[in-house]
Design a protein around this ligand. Structure first.
Ligand SMILES: *Cc1c(COP(=O)(O)O)cnc(C)c1O
Length: 401
């Protein structure tokens, strides 16, 4: 008999769990989009967004909101950053890096991919060497994911910035924070990032539908003449808007804005450093459990180095085809939905499909994570999959450490 009745836990790496407060904020009649409370809320929301992406220097970044998912936000970044034939260097640590590169290529950008595999972070030394080799400075921008959700690899943005500076190269730095914003420590002004990309449905606890960009002064100036721009994606009007409709190039995403505002208010009440710390501690609990299971079975964290693991998603490798059966079991029997593997199998990684990803982003707390881990443990037992013992105990200890 299934024990799935009750509140489900969608533990996939986006869309993430929606807080009741966010749902309640959307429960309202259609607002006037020309004056009144919606416009007042939007002013406050833009300030919240600046503070979210650049807590140390909110005035130095310019947010733009698109009615789009993360793929739309990529296109917004690409079309503003590049002109036809411009060169991009994309640092790839999983399938989202590859996809961002492909979207840029299809727009006519000359894309060079530097692939670091799926288990380790991008190497700043290789980036520096590539930029030094580009003597003419033709690489217009370096694109990288903060956390690649397919692999759960997290890149060291400060080290990558330092590599660009050490090479004395003028390239802009654009970072995909779709999976990490509101989860992992980040301050784009302090890090010297020029364009930050995010979306509403992961750490930001809002339904999918808003693509977010933050742009530095340097990028605004440097991209003023990019010729891939199209009217909808052009960030100029959105950032320098004098009319409300210009912020959204048309009708505002009214209810999504109320939802995002409520989510950012929740983050503000908890305090961003506390939000980051909560994600770090919950992540450590999950890592400890997986390591314990691995003591007695073919189960392992995808990313060996803890410093290179994102705090919002954990990719776990299995053997013997267990991952798929385990996902089916936890959802049907216990109401916990775990993430599927993403990305094609690689020649040197035949086991890549025997993978699952645990999403622990946004509105998650200790009992949800410990509960999910205990459910995975029950699933391993039910399936007769060999695994080490003491995982939940190890998770509890890691949580308190
Ligand atoms: C989810 C995700 C995307 C894609 O976002 P969509 O809303 O599905 O288009 C891109 N990059 C990263 C790092 C993500 O986690």
């Amino acid at each position: 008999m299934s024990l799935a009745q009750g509140r489900p836990y969608l533990a996939i790496p986006g869309p993430s769990v929606l807080p009741d407060r966010v749902l309640a904020a959307m429960q309202r009649p259609a607002p006037n989009i020309y004056q009144g409370p919606l416009l007042e809320m939007t002013d406050a929301l833009y300030l919240q967004l600046r503070t979210l992406a650049a807590p140390g220097a909110p005035d130095r970044v310019h947010p733009a909101i698109y009615i789009a998912n993360g793929h739309g936000a990529w296109e917004a970044a690409n079309t503003n950053l590049f002109s036809r034939g411009d060169r991009a260097l994309v640092l790839v640590t999983g399938s989202f890096g590859t996809s961002w590169a492909n979207t840029a290529r299809r727009l006519g950008v000359e894309v060079e991919v530097m692939d670091f595999g799926r288990r380790t972070a991008a190497d700043p030394n290789r980036l520096e060497a590539a930029l030094r080799a580009d003597r003419a400075g033709t690489i217009r921008a370096v694109l990288v994911t903060h956390t690649d959700t397919s692999s759960s690899v997290k890149n060291d943005i400060a080290a990558l910035r330092a590599a660009i500076d050490a090479a004395g190269h003028p390239a802009l730095l654009a970072v995909d924070c779709i999976a990490s914003m509101g989860c992992d420590a980040y301050d784009m002004a302090a890090l010297g990032v020029d364009v930050t990309v995010a979306a509403s449905q992961k750490g930001l606890m809002t339904p999918p539908g808003l693509g977010l960009l933050w742009v530095s002064d340097r990028a605004l100036k440097s991209c003023a003449n990019s010729d891939l721009r199209t009217p909808y994606w052009d960030w100029t009007a959105r950032i320098e808007a004098t009319e409300y409709w210009q912020l959204f190039a048309g009708t505002a995403p009214t209810h999504h804005l109320f939802a995002l505002s409520e989510a950012l208010t929740m983050i503000g009440e908890e305090g961003l450093p506390h939000v980051w710390d909560r994600h770090a501690r919950l992540a450590r609990a999950i890592w400890a459990a997986v390591e314990a299971w691995g003591q007695g079975g073919d189960i392992a964290l995808n990313v060996p180095d803890p410093a290179e693991r994102g705090h919002s998603v954990t990719a776990v490798r299995f053997g013997g085809g267990v991952a798929g059966r385990l996902r089916a079991w936890t959802e049907a029997e216990a109401g916990v939905t775990l993430g599927i593997p993403l990305g094609a199998a690689l020649p040197d990684e035949p086991a890549y499909q025997d993978f699952l990803r645990i999403g622990h982003m946004g509105h998650v707390n200790a009992h949800m994570v410990l509960g999910a881990l205990a459910v995975i443990e029950a699933g391993l037992q039910a399936l007769g999959a060999p695994h080490g013992t003491g995982a939940v105990e190890a998770a509890a200890k890691a949580l308190l450490r």
